[in-house]
Design a protein around this ligand. Structure first.
Ligand SMILES: C[S@@+](CC[C@H](N)C(=O)[O-])C[C@H]1O[C@@H](n2cnc3c(N)ncnc32)[C@H](O)[C@@H]1O
Length: 203
């Protein structure tokens, strides 16, 4: 029986292993940054759904000791990043105490979310759970982003994606969907990228 592409060690997984990252997803963030130029100068970053920790590790390397990273996941990180400008909380992004711990470390220049619900195999149920996470992450962004800030959110394609982009365009100069090449071909995930946060008062 041949292995599905979820089981085969692919190019991106092998590259991640060689470069010391716990997951191949790091190259999605790298590609998003190359295209949208999110990291400029000293940044404060929030990483939601951070485990096993590739995005966080990449961000910390990118910050090079300047700026700050807060991160959250239900799971522990698969590594201990050797950086002091880093705060990690293990918990649920919906929990009020987690929310408070993350918001009090803002404002942020960039809010990232690679968070994904545990999938059930039922596309409608999974899409609904993904959209709930997206809505919660947008709320984090609106509450904690500095003016001019950016938001990157994973979403399972379809469903309310168009409506969510419309909502984002009210608060950001630009918002669009983008699927990095490092996403698995059969995966139905994509990313909503919103840049130029207009600020809480939308001056
Ligand atoms: C694809 S993984 C993230 C990979 C990560 N960006 C990396 O590069 O290592 C998705 C993560 O979302 C987390 N997650 C899902 N629902 C969550 C929730 N309600 N609160 C916090 N984390 C959640 C999962 O535990 C999982 O670790």
């Amino acid at each position: 029986m041949s292995m599905s592409s979820y089981e085969k060690p692919d190019f991106w997984a092998q590259k991640a292993k060689k470069e010391g990252y716990p997951a191949r997803s790091v190259y999605k963030l790298q590609e998003i940054d190359e295209k949208f130029h999110l990291f400029k100068g000293e940044c404060r970053v929030l990483d939601i759904g951070a485990a096993p920790g590739s995005w966080s590790l990449w961000v910390l390397k990118r910050l090079a000791g300047k700026g700050f990273l807060s991160a959250v996941d239900l799971q522990p990180l698969g590594m201990k990043p050797p950086y002091e400008n880093f705060f990690f909380v293990q918990g649920d992004l919906y929990a009020p105490e987690v929310r408070q711990a993350l918001l009090e470390r803002g404002p942020y220049t960039i809010v990232l979310s690679d968070a994904a619900p545990a999938t059930t195999g039922n596309r409608i149920v999974d899409q609904g759970a993904s959209e709930s996470i997206v809505e919660a992450v947008i709320a984090y962004g609106l509450e904690s982003l500095a003016k001019g800030g950016s938001l990157v959110i994973k979403i399972f394609q379809g469903g309310a994606q168009g409506e969510l982009l419309k909502t984002l365009r009210q608060d950001f100069d630009q918002a669009r969907a983008f699927k990095p090449q490092a996403c698995r071909a059969e995966s139905f995930e994509t990313y909503l990228i919103a840049t130029g946060f207009k600020g809480k008062t939308k001056e």
